[in-house]
Design a protein around this ligand. Structure first.
Ligand SMILES: Cc1cc2nc3c(=O)[nH]c(=O)nc-3n(C[C@H](O)[C@H](O)[C@H](O)COP(=O)(O)O)c2cc1C
Length: 171
């Protein structure tokens, strides 16, 4: 079975999750595709996983456009989706808004793989500040104690990635 993992993000977390999923699918025929750089030919694949980061409350446009434009074809394949975002408690809402109902209905799964807020990786003063503010917002009262950050800041969730890989392996 040929599996495509098509993803879209900005600072590397969604791409890293795609790599980790590929690793979890060890031994399977898996192709990675950065939707910001190329448009894959879906005819080649039996299963398609679409991954997107969330920015300003929305999935990446190229990911949603890809699903919209290929909706009929994707419904004939095994489909799975994942999102990466900073606000864990918003993940279910984002999943619902990102993956069209017709794909979610028959999907292997649509899941939250975690996310990371990396101010240092942001380009430009405004974005660095914004991500710092988001981190502080999550930490609640702006406390910047390292131990607190490690406990509650979002991070990639490897067990969710493994779970999806196991489901895909059973197809
Ligand atoms: C400018 C900016 C806006 C963001 N907006 C949201 C948002 O609305 N909701 C959310 O949960 N996370 C938000 N995030 C967090 C990203 O979704 C998170 O950092 C994700 O891991 C980024 O994935 P990427 O590295 O693949 O781009 C935002 C991050 C930045 C830098």
């Amino acid at each position: 079975m040929k599996i495509l993992i098509a993803y879209a993000g900005r600072v590397g977390v969604t791409a890293e999750c795609a790599e980790l999923l590929k690793k979890g699918l060890d031994g399977r025929d898996v192709t990675l595709c950065d939707l910001k750089k190329e448009k894959p030919d879906l005819d080649e694949y039996d299963a398609v996983v679409v991954g997107s980061a969330v920015y300003y409350g929305k999935a990446e446009k190229c990911a949603t456009a890809f699903m919209r434009e290929n909706s009929e074809l994707l419904q004939k394949k095994h489909f799975a989706g994942y999102i990466c975002c900073g606000f864990t408690d918003m993940a279910d809402k984002y999943i619902e808004e990102t993956f069209p109902r017709e794909l979610r209905r028959t999907a292997v799964d649509c899941v939250y793989f975690g996310g990371e807020l990396k101010p240092d990786k942001q380009k430009g003063f405004f974005k660095k500040r914004l991500v710092k503010m988001m981190r502080n917002d999550i930490i609640n009262n702006g406390d910047s104690d390292d131990e607190i950050m490690i406990r509650i800041l979002p991070e990639i969730n490897p067990s969710e990635i493994t779970k999806l890989a196991e489901k895909l392996k059973k197809l």
